[in-house]
Design a protein around this ligand. Sequence first.
Ligand code: DHB
Length: 315
Amino acid sequence: MPSSVSLSTQVAGVVLPSCIYNASGPLCSHEDELHVIGQSASGAILSKSATREKRMGNEEPRYVDTGWGSINSMGLPNEGYLYYARFAQQAVAYDKPYFMSVSGLSLEDNVHIIRELEPFEHIAGIELNLSCPNVPGKPQTGYDFEQSRRTLEAVFPVCKQPLGVKLPPYFDIPHFQMMAEVLNDFPLAFVTCVNSIGNGLVIDLDSEQVLIRPKHGFGGIGGDYIKPTALANVRQFYTLLDKNVAIIGCGGVRSGEDAFEHILCGASAVQIGTQFMREGTACFERIAGELKNIMAKKGYSCLEDFKGRLKTLDG
Ligand code: DHB
């Protein structure tokens, strides 16, 4: 592998030794899993989305890998935010930052959690999840621009760590612009694009049944099918947001080529969800190696050589 090629990057003012790391969701709910990520080639450790209290989540089956991707309706099973906050001290053992995903069930919960995180100085940044599609009766905040603004107005004054948001995918140009207008009014450290495409439906032809039990089979779609949507969201927000906001790409990354495309669209780092669930932490080293090989072939030695430099056909 070409050693002259570096994948290091900066997010929230801290250095990640590699731009490839885990998405919140798979295999990051328990301490032992977080340690495994710490010991791997992942460029950071990101926790499962935490709520105020511990939750068991939705009924099983609630995650199915379909080959081309995944459908999930986990329903935020997690140990409660204090568990993930306390892990920050243990994460110091690893040469990479620890980020915590926060997904309160209400604005009040988000404010409470983020205020309580203040003493945990080893949390490098908070990824505030505005896009969980799987809690029955709870709309995705990111699709309500006014509610997104109210949330950010409420959390920033109590937040001591760098804060970013995880967005749902958008599909219409005015929606990108409306959300960017909200986000540009706040000192965000990063924006993660995208969460799963919410409320898809996958069906088994033989049994004529849905694959997962919660919500009559409706769940968040990840994996190959969402890559074009993820790339579009990375590109739009890279173009529309203030240049000091790092874009984290997430969606459909299973190879170095996919990661390269996200970075070309403007991503400073790339998260792996469905493929991490499938392959375990080996995916971080494999994808990083593939990305380095592509960069070496193209004569690039660091991400800045091609980040955001996507070409269009209009000269
Ligand atoms: C869950 C799913 C998500 O897409 C998310 O952002 C947070 C939580 C879940 O079902 O647990």
